[in-house]
Write a protein of this length. Sequence first.
Length: 404
Amino acid sequence: MHVELHPRFADTSAGQRARELTSACVHCGFCLATCPTYLDQRDERDSPRGRIYLIKQLLETGGASAVTHTHLDRCLTCRSCETTCPSGMQYGELLDIGRGLMEREVPRGMLQRAVRSLLRFVLTRPRLFGLLLLAGRPLRPLLPASLSRKIPGRQELKPVPGVRDTKRTVLLLEGCVQSAATPRTNNATRRIMARLGIDLVSVREAGCCGAVNYHLAAQHDGLDDLRRNIDAWWAHIEAGAEAIVTSASGCGAMLADYAHLLADDPIYAERARRVTELAADVGQFLTKEDLSGLVFNTDIGPVAVQTPCTLQHGLGEPQLLTDLLQCLGFTLAATRENHLCCGSAGTYSILQPGTSARLRENKLRALTREGPAVIATANVGCQLHLAAATEIPVVHWIELLDNA
Ligand code: SF4
Ligand code: SF4
């Protein structure tokens, strides 16, 4: 697809990069078949190809209307189109550029801006988010079922054994929503790592991975999150930390992008590259470890595995969870349409509730056709979103490994 840049964008790095990315698209339309929003809306403008055209239009004319916002907002950023595209289109990066330009060229109304700012403020502050959860839990019986099920219950944590005389240090990115809403995930991660003799270190100064700000088109704030984390981790990296793990695949996909997002930063580019090199989803990390000394209770009935988009399309690991759980002896339930998003997608379930709920309904139908005992996922957003609409327990898969 050829783009003639409008003079306003001709000399900008964003314009030139967008033109380069757009040129990969050959209009074939293969991506339409695997795009959840196109399958839901049946409107070309809600497909990857349609959105690429909308961004092209903006780049060529220098202007757009609120309609472009509507269709770009409806994108889940699931990147299913990327893994389908035969032409290697890097759609996620183009979308981020398009959304950033749209935010500047077509300002949103006050209400939309307020909601988005509030989300960015609350979701990136785990303590505040934790306090809101604490305040919301006693109100659950008074709320409509649909709302009360969105508030996760309090989770009991198990003691973490101490690790002595270890030479192995691994950094943990705690994640903002996860550390407040589902602390059992990191608790289980700590316990497994301790059993492997690994000292798992959380650095207090590190915070949100940057995904919330960056994907809500507050890209400056998002990049500042990246720089703050790099500063927080750097002394530990220099002291020999062997990896930076996260148990939220959404954060893992963001860490994998640090190198690229800060590639032009004269101060941080090299450090960002090192962070990306060390970054791993906890599943990616554990598959390289010898787990034969660990004991699991695999006798829990069939497990339906939901591989989040950030793990399968973002980190390129569509089989990681199923292979790992199967290899460890768990029985897996048959599922289908595994490539399609569950509708959680960060803040999507709040900002686009209708589409999000329909996608969740489809996903639960695809996951539960064999009546699984439990649904296992790898990302807190998917976990909370699915759990709000099913009686079947939805857990992070690492919790299954902590069931000795
Ligand atoms: S599959 Fe790739 S090349 Fe084909 S229309 Fe979609 S983005 Fe363009
Ligand atoms: S990222 Fe997902 S929702 Fe967005 S265009 Fe691609 S497949 Fe469709």
